[in-house]
Write a protein that binds this ligand. Structure first.
Ligand code: LLP
Length: 399
């Protein structure tokens, strides 16, 4: 591991994202393999839409959960079958709906009455029937970070039960639409089964009531959100989760079950490799200034997220507390704070772990920093998955 990381840094430079395909495959197989009835794991591409990573899952036969026309294009290029792609998102444009319909996606997860109208219009124009699944907002607290809680009535996502029923009745009577599923997603980095059990129960109740009203569904989609261990969180066991879901839908064996995990599949598969530029001390702090920044991994700055930091080849000596910070001109630009780190020299390599989800995908060019390169390691071989951006990339498109 140590030798490989040092070799990759020499070859491709830093900052560098490194992904391990085997971890992605293991995660996918553990979840998909836990189901004892027809089920589809739809990878939420937003977590990491790099083609190299996404195509590992496409080759496994996974489905995809997308939220934009850009992700639709990426999903298709990565090799996901359109019939396994669900199109989520609270603000799909008509152009995006058109692209989704033309591609033949499995369903549009519709989040408002006006969106349903727009989808019907687009389908009518194309002479197609749009597959519809309504996103339910069950008003359940997933007990996660407020920025990534999505299933409460004060969140912008989904529609409440009464409105969902009304939308289904309308969709069932509209020849431009085809009712196919029901979806819900209550948040991200969820580490307790209870909110899932409650969300699944709400979805199962509504699905049963729709069936009783003559509106049978093909699938029930309980969203993503499976938490992982960054520090000391106890992760959700995929088998326990699946057991809970299957129990909630035991009375409706005809329903295909969908889940839309992003983080769970890819977070542990990726790390951000960065080199020490400078060291400095103030009267209060030891700073390690590295060449990666909040632009490469914004999670610590955005959510105060904690990622493990590993020194690739630790030197002997006493560990002392240090802040690992980047070159961006903001005090919020840190990757880790107050970590016990051994003595470091300029050029030493650090690896920020569990960076495979919402890392590169959320990176930016703020401070006119070209984005990092990405490497995929698979079966002892590594290959460049995305080249480092150049200064020319920064101004491409500017007139
Ligand atoms: N499905 C829908 C409709 C979603 O909104 C999301 C995530 C997922 C699936 C996948 O959730 P996951 O399994 O990855 O938790 N940038 C934040 C996370 C934002 C998640 C937004 N929605 C972070 O870095 O923690």
């Amino acid at each position: 591991m140590k030798g490989l990381l040092a070799a990759l840094a020499r070859r491709y430079g830093t900052p560098l994202y490194v992904y391990d395909a085997a971890v992605v495959r293991d995660r996918y197989r553990a979840l998909q393999g836990a189901f004892t009835r027809p089920a589809l794991v739809c990878y939420a591409l937003k977590a990491n839409s790099s083609r190299a990573v996404a195509s590992v899952l496409a080759r496994e036969g996974a489905g995809a959960d997308i939220v934009s026309g850009g992700e639709l294009g990426r999903a298709l290029r990565a090799g996901f079958r359109p019939s396994r792609v669900v199109f989520s998102g609270v603000g799909k444009t008509e152009a995006e709906m058109t692209a989704g319909l033309r591609a033949g996606v499995k369903a549009f997860n519709v989040e408002s009455s006006e969106e349903l109208d727009a989808l019907a219009r687009v389908a009518g124009r194309l002479g197609k029937r749009a597959p519809v699944s309504i996103r339910l907002n069950p008003d359940i607290n997933a007990k996660t970070h407020p920025h990534i809680t999505t299933g409460r009535a004060e969140n912008k996502f989904g529609v409440e039960t009464g409105e969902a029923l009304a939308l289904y009745r309308r969709a069932a009577q509209d020849r431009r639409l085809r009712v196919t599923g029901l979806q819900c997603h209550i948040g991200s980095q969820i580490t307790s089964l209870t909110p899932y059990a409650r969300a699944a129960a709400a979805v199962a109740r509504l699905a049963a009531s729709l069936k009783a009203q003559g509106i049978p569904l093909d699938f029930a989609d309980v969203g993503g959100g499976l938490g992982i261990t960054y520090k000391d969180e106890r992760p959700l066991d995929p088998r326990a989760l699946v057991k809970t879901l299957e129990a909630a839908f035991a009375g409706q064996p005809e329903l295909e079950l969908l889940v839309e995990p992003g983080r769970y599949l890819v977070a542990d598969a990726g790390l951000l490799l960065t080199a020490v530029l400078y060291r400095k001390r103030t009267s209060k702090r030891r700073f390690v200034i590295v060449d990666a920044a909040m632009t490469d991994l914004p999670r610590p700055a955005l959510y105060d997220a904690w990622h493990p930091v590993m020194v690739v080849a630790p030197r002997k000596g006493k560990k002392t507390m240090a802040d690992v910070v980047g070159p961006v001109c903001e005090s919020g630009d840190f990757l880790a704070r107050q970590r016990p780190l051994p003595p470091l020299e300029r050029g030493d390599l650090l690896a920020v772990l569990k960076a495979g989800a919402y890392g590169f995908a959320m990176s930016s060019q703020y401070n006119s920093r070209p984005r990092a390169a990405e490497v995929l390691v698979d079966g002892g071989k590594s290959r460049l998955a995305r080249r480092r951006e150049t200064y020319r990339d920064l101004t491409r498109g500017e007139l």
